[in-house]
Design a protein around this ligand. Sequence first.
Ligand SMILES: [Zn+2]
Length: 252
Amino acid sequence: MRDYKTEGIIIRVRDYNEADRIITLFTADYGKVQAIARGCRKPKSRKRGIIQLFTYGEFALYRGRNLDTITQCEGKEAFSGLREDLDRMAFGAYLVELVDGFATSGEPHGDLFYLTLVCLHLLTVEDPELVTRAFEIRIMDLMGYRPHLESCVHCGRPIGGPRVAFSSRMGGSLCEICAGHHPDCQVCSLGSLNMLKQLASWDIKRLGVLKLTGETKREIGEIMKTYISCRLDKEIKSAEFLHSLAGTQNIC
Ligand SMILES: [Zn+2]
């Protein structure tokens, strides 16, 4: 069967030829799919408003050797709230770039698909920085990189005291004593480590209830940025754009 149908989220778009677009579609059943939408940039094309970054929809495709072809599509959610707000759009672009970085082709990614859909929606209504921090820790968990936050990753002692740390290289929290022996770790507050733990398990639809100080968000952002770049052999381009928006070095 070369024809198939799937739900998907468009996580990457680039113009091709005069009126086509090549997209990366993220699906629950097949992971990432590279596909071409022919003629979608023509003024009268029905696909024109659908073949855009972030669109969640139903797609009919024809399997090709390197590239599948989109034969029909129906948009279910355009996430226009992301497109209308530059800040939210930047966080959304970062989120789908992370999905593109970690997801594979030809394998089911049901949990990540659901998480991405929920977080894109939350990005339109909640604090986008908080949603992004929660998404980061959860995508790491789903990809098998859940950091060890229950005790010191080096010696196993309980975590406590004012000067604790996170080691991206070792993948978890460090107690006060071990932190001093690992110069490449990131010193942070106990509150940030606890919040990181909470973000990993909290009901994602109730994120708005959590109140984080700017300092906690900044520390968690720094930790996740380093941790993700340690695990992903690829630069996340939109992360730099987020920096420029926030005017800070360490927003994500
Ligand atoms: Zn220790």
